[in-house]
Ligand binder design. Structure first.
Ligand code: URA
Length: 238
């Protein structure tokens, strides 16, 4: 059960403030009945009609962006920097699912479907995120073990990570490490490597659950297929 104005806003139809105005003015019907109470709760299968438009999945949009560096993961920035939403041509009020740092690249989903985003971000669903991190130096066996069993970042112990050494270059003294986690704390991967005294110089999210950047170049995006959307919904409540 969610508040009617929130459901209208998260459908992308309008802002929450405008949705409240429309409700108060009597332009919103739930299952055929006019609703003017702002606190009204609705269920996902309720039929909501706003100004004669039925809110439905037809209003929902789902994108997979290969986030390039140099864009921030928010819907707007007070400093006027380019955001991930600016990269996608749509008139819907989409938002990013989770966050990637300004200098991190890789898989980022954007949608105007709040429930879809919640499924992907809810910790209990343990969606795997695979990152490719370029770090300075060599990750010793002891450091690998530390990352695999969990390290302390900001007073929180990370869950066991999967760690694979992909490459080491003697000339540059840089290593390429694949690290898989399911949590999403702020700057988590960078802080995990910091905890074992390595600096991340480059970071890409290769995979988020079933999603990868395959077929896309940095800055490009595509719509999700219905099959992919259904696969995410199938994770609900597990
Ligand atoms: N971990 C980080 O440190 N940065 C990101 O952008 C994503 C995960």
């Amino acid at each position: 059960m969610e508040r009617l104005q929130k459901v209208i806003a998260s459908s992308g139809y309008t802002s929450r403030r405008k949705a409240e105005e429309l409700i108060k003015k009597g332009f919103v019907f739930v299952n055929g009945k006019k609703v003017v109470e702002l606190g009204t709760k609705v269920e996902s299968n309720d039929e909501i009609v706003v100004e004669g438009h039925v809110l439905s999945v037809e209003n929902k949009e789902y994108y997979l962006l290969y986030k390039p560096t140099g864009v921030i993961t928010t819907t707007s920035d007070e400093k006027g920097r380019k955001t991930v939403v600016d990269l996608i041509k749509t008139d819907k009020r989409i938002f990013p699912v989770g966050r990637l740092d300004y200098d991190t690249t890789g898989v980022l989903l954007l949608t105007n479907d709040g429930e879809f985003a919640n499924i992907l971000m809810h910790p209990s669903n343990k969606i795997e995120k695979v990152y490719l991190a370029k770090i300075d130096g060599i990750l010793t066996k002891v450091e690998q073990t530390a990352l695999r069993s969990g390290v302390f970042i900001d007073g929180f112990k990370t869950s066991p990570a999967k760690v694979k050494i992909k490459q080491y270059s003697k000339t540059s003294n840089l290593s390429l490490i694949e690290i898989t986690i399911h949590e999403g704390k702020n700057h988590q991967v960078k802080k995990m490597f910091e905890a074992v005294n390595h600096k991340v110089v480059k970071l890409k999210r290769e995979k988020l659950g079933i999603f990868t950047t395959t077929g896309l170049k940095a800055g490009e995006y595509r719509r999700l297929t219905l099959k992919e959307i259904k696969k995410v919904y199938a994770l609900r409540g597990e």
